[in-house]
Design a protein around this ligand. Structure first.
Ligand SMILES: NC(=O)c1ccc[n+]([C@@H]2O[C@H](COP(=O)([O-])OP(=O)(O)OC[C@H]3O[C@@H](n4cnc5c(N)ncnc54)[C@H](O)[C@@H]3O)[C@@H](O)[C@H]2O)c1
Length: 318
């Protein structure tokens, strides 16, 4: 299958590219490299350094003639979306519309969209996991934009017969996550440990998240290629298991054996206390279920970051 992955030089997108390639698909990538890196993109995929908002996107669709678009490109910082909501909407709403218009013009059959269950559902009852019927209470411009794009997708599906698959990710972690962003607490913790620095936990650390390993997210994207989509497909990609930040730290510390403990800073305004996604519908519709337990995923992620740091040190020493 010919697949175009937007944001394919980023953390999740580049892992998805590798999964598609391993399955024998023909893969092209659109990424402006504003956050991602060309080094993340397999040489077997064709990288187009193009902004999804630009008119140049059309030429990429014309030359690549994708059958499926996997749309991962986005402004991903919730904090930035609060500070600069227009920038956020420009990339995440108008950029997505530019992708959808190009898809319509060039006869793309299916669009798979990287949405966010972690942000669009808002606060959840502790001890529960949200299914797709949970009310959407987006609290940030980032979440509002993602939900808006879900609605646009439904509009395109009804008007033009475009097949759409919405994957609502929980908190994704794993190799290639950018530790410099605010998004990935696991990558940030690991980077602090490797640098011998004390990690920070905001608030009492009892806020609960659903951490899903990127390898499982890749499998969800592969399942999304083949799922029957005569009806709209909207599924959570999470584990159903909640982990507090304190428990996460303990699990990571058991693996990484840091000589330091975290310190606490005041809770950040607007932080959600509890967010866990029920993956039952993804299992029923796509046969997908998370396979990688948190402890296992943490170990793989730790080993990857340690090896990457060692490579950096070697390079610096030459
Ligand atoms: N990381 C998570 O836990 C998580 C959770 C829910 C949803 N998501 C969604 O998954 C997708 C991938 O996120 P990620 O964590 O891999 O982030 P990332 O920043 O690593 O990847 C985003 C990619 O998009 C590219 N990009 C940004 N603006 C662009 C533009 N205007 N034109 C072209 N490319 C552009 C960046 O260079 C980057 O490579 C995003 O849509 C994000 O909203 C991520």
């Amino acid at each position: 299958m010919r697949i175009l992955v937007t944001g394919g030089a980023g953390f999740i997108g580049s892992n998805v590219v590798d999964g598609f390639l391993a399955d024998g698909h023909d893969v092209a990538v659109v990424d402006d490299l504003s956050a991602g890196s060309a080094a993340n993109v397999s040489r077997r995929a064709r990288l187009h350094r193009v902004d999804i908002r630009s008119a140049d996107l059309d030429a990429v669709f014309a030359s690549e003639r994708p059958e499926v678009v996997s749309h991962h490109a986005a402004q991903v910082s919730v904090r930035r979306s609060v500070e600069e909501p227009i920038v956020d909407a420009d990339v995440n709403v108008l950029g997505s519309l530019n992708v959808l218009e190009a898809a319509r013009r060039h006869g793309v059959r299916r669009v798979i969209f990287a949405s966010t269950g972690g942000a669009i559902y808002g606060e959840m009852e502790p001890g529960t996991a949200a299914d797709e019927h949970h009310p959407c209470r987006p609290r940030s411009p980032y979440a509002i934009a993602k939900l808006a794009v879900e609605h646009y997708l439904e509009g395109y599906r009804m008007a033009g017969g475009l097949e759409t698959v919405v994957l609502r990710y929980a908190n994704v972690y794993g190799p290639r996550q950018d530790p410099h962003g605010e998004a990935g607490v696991i990558a940030i913790f690991i980077q602090r440990i490797l640098g011998g620095l004390t990690p920070v936990i905001y608030g009492d650390g009892e806020q609960v998240r659903d951490f899903v390993y990127v390898g499982d997210v890749v499998c969800a994207n592969m399942a999304a290629l083949g799922v029957p989509a005569a009806e709209p497909v909207v599924v959570n990609v999470g584990t159903g298991r909640g982990t507090s930040i304190n428990a996460l730290w303990r699990a990571l510390a058991a693996i990484a054996q840091p000589g330091i403990g975290p310190y606490h800073e005041p809770a950040r305004a607007g932080d959600i206390l509890c967010s866990v996604l029920d993956p039952g519908r993804a299992t029923a519709m796509m046969g997908w279920r998370p396979e990688v337990a948190l402890e296992d995923g943490l170990r793989r992620t730790w080993e990857w970051f340690k090896a990457a740091a060692a490579r950096e040190q070697e390079k610096a020493a030459v």
